[in-house]
Design a protein around this ligand. Sequence first.
Ligand code: ADP
Length: 244
Amino acid sequence: MISIKGLSKHFGDLQVLKDINLEVEKGKVIVVIGPSGSGKTTMLRCLNILEIPTNGHITIENKQLDFSKKVTKKAITDFRKLTGMVFQSYNLFPHKTALENVMEGPITVKKQSKEIARNKAIELLNKVGLGDKIDYYPFQLSGGQQQRVGIARALAMEPEVMLFDEPTSALDPELVGEVLKVIKALANEGMTMIVVTHEMKFAREVADEVIFMDGGYIMEKGNPQNIFTAPKEERTQQFLQLIQ
Ligand code: ADP
């Protein structure tokens, strides 16, 4: 479903991603771990084309972008619709209610009618447990509730793949569980997802495959059992010792 081949990304002279190769099957949950600065966020942002990769190919479903050539704005806009991104800092519109935040993309990008977008947004806010908060503004919601609006907003665009960039790292500890519960429910429904997280318990429970990144490379990948209990690479062992 997702195929990444030879992906690289430079910021000026700094090479942040180096020859990333990854295949993800439909319905699988990939958890990405690794030290700060290893390129995890940049890899997700490249998949959502919030960053333009320097080189490589990305294929999602039957759409491919080849970054060895110039890609058009239209191709990027079309490709971006395939993925839904959930950010660490929620990135909600502060002057819009939960409902309006979720309706915004379908109306402006997908050109859905207000009525259809509204019905779908209510359904999604119910799904993330916020059916009674649809008219609240972000400042009236807890961090965990805001992040659940963020998830509903990404789902409203009906993406093929959900990308989560440290979705719980800005939250107070007591609010982490409610957000992970929503992500787990999506995984159980068969949503294809790539999740960057430091929540190792979540990774063990939900990941089909864990990827360890370091220095812009995928250093090691495998099922959670293997990565957490018998990592092969020394860097993976060191990282896991530090965080567990
Ligand atoms: P991680 O998510 O693993 O912490 P990032 O992908 O955020 O890593 O960052 C990888 C490296 O890329 C870091 O050295 C970071 O400083 C650098 N970087 C990220 N975004 C930019 C940018 N827009 N411009 C310059 N350097 C960047």
